[in-house]
Structure formats: structure tokens, C-alpha cells
Design a protein around this ligand. Sequence first.
Ligand SMILES: Nc1ncnc2c1ncn2[C@@H]1O[C@H](COP(=O)(O)OP(=O)(O)O)[C@@H](O)[C@H]1O
Ligand SMILES: [Mg+2]
Length: 226
Amino acid sequence: MAESAVVVEDLRRTYGSGASAVHALRGVSFAVPRGELVALKGRSGSGKTTLLNLVGGLDTPDAGKITVEGLDLAELGEDGLLELRRDRVGFIFQSFGLIPILTAAENVGVPLRLRKTDPRAREERVALLLALVGLADHAEQRPGELSGGQQQRVAIARALANKPSLLIADEPTGQLDAETGLAVMELLRAVVRGEGVTALVATHDAGLLDLADRVLELSDGGIVER
Ligand SMILES: Nc1ncnc2c1ncn2[C@@H]1O[C@H](COP(=O)(O)OP(=O)(O)O)[C@@H](O)[C@H]1O
Ligand SMILES: [Mg+2]
């Protein structure tokens, strides 16, 4: 098998304890081959967000192992996890997560500012990314002046700013109508092919699953064998 971008082994995550404990993940194992778009489906509450947060280093598991691009997340420590989130992973959320007072271009440039990229190089990369997502003509508009689909395109451009190897998208089309959602998913599909990134995308929209290279299904905290 081609080298994996992500390997997850027997992952467990429980929220709370005692009688009120919620076993969000009960021993999940899978691998995401490099350069693929893998969809993670499952109804609300099945553990998708919990799993994505763990793979992206936003949360730590109770047991099990996560490897991202060959790095064992358990060995990274706080600083290492911060670097992972900043340099290797691009996050895309259902609610876009853009900063309202910044323009589209400024939002895309935020991760580059955090890395203290030279302003000239930053502007060039921002322009390239806005063109890539089809928003070259909307660079100066603020999120409130853009449609939902356009806002999510800005968020995708921002997620790509630091040339991550892995995109993690949590129901990126959840706030969009079917047609706009399909267009956003097609953009992700094109980005994975064109930019050579790997993507792990949670969705419960069955219409989007055809675009994935493979589909993992979560049910009640476990992977459903298909
Ligand atoms: N911070 C939390 N505290 C307690 N329970 C949580 C928390 N986050 C998620 N859960 C529970 O864990 C389960 C999985 O949730 P989640 O990963 O958000 O699923 P999904 O993203 O598939 O809807 C659900 O039962 C949810 O209520
Ligand atoms: Mg969720």
C-alpha cells in the first residue's frame, strides 16, 4: 500500500466519567493513503468531529495511536502539536470561521502572518489562492459581503495558505444548499488532485460521497466494515 498520510490505530475517546460517560470513539482504526480524498460519513453524534479533532491535534485521545505524515502525535508535546496544526494541517469548518472585519484576502493571509511570511510573498500567495478558489475578483470583500459558498471558498484558500499536507474538513457543506455544497465539494476534489494534498472530510450528505476516493462510515463510535 502507498504510504499513508494518516494512520489511526484503536483510537478511544470518552467524554466525562462514571454514569454520564459518553464513549464517542470505541476503538477506531483506519489509514488514509496520501493524496486521497477520504469521506467520513455517519449520522449526527456518531463521532466524526471527535475523530477529526484528534487527527488534527486539537484534542488528545484516551487510548490508541495517531500518525500524521509519519509523526506519532503522542510524542509531539504541546509545541509539536501547535506546529502540526500551524504548518501541516489545514482546517475547514461548517461555519467557515472567517474573521468578519477582515477582507477575503486578509483572511487568507492570516496563517501567513502567523508564520511571519514576508509581505510580498504573502500577497503573491494570497492572490494565487484566491484565484485557485475562483475569487480573484472578490479579494477586498468582507465575509458579510460574500455568499455562504464564497465564504467557504475563502476558508478553503485560507486552509491551503501554509501548504499543508493534510486538509481536515468538518461538514464543510453543512450550511450550504445542495447545489452550492456540491460545488464546494468539487473544489475540494480539485484541490486534492491539483495541490497534491490529502483530505479527510466529514459529511452526512450522501450526494457528496461519490466524489471521494473512499468512504469510511462511523456508527456509534466505531467504523462500520463495508
Ligand atoms: N465536549 C463534549 N462533551 C461531552 N460529550 C461530547 C462532547 N463532544 C461530543 N460529545 C458526544 O460525543 C458523541 C460524538 O460526538 P461528535 O464527535 O460531535 O459526533 P458527530 O460529529 O458525528 O456529530 C456524541 O454523543 C456527542 O454528544
Ligand atoms: Mg460533528
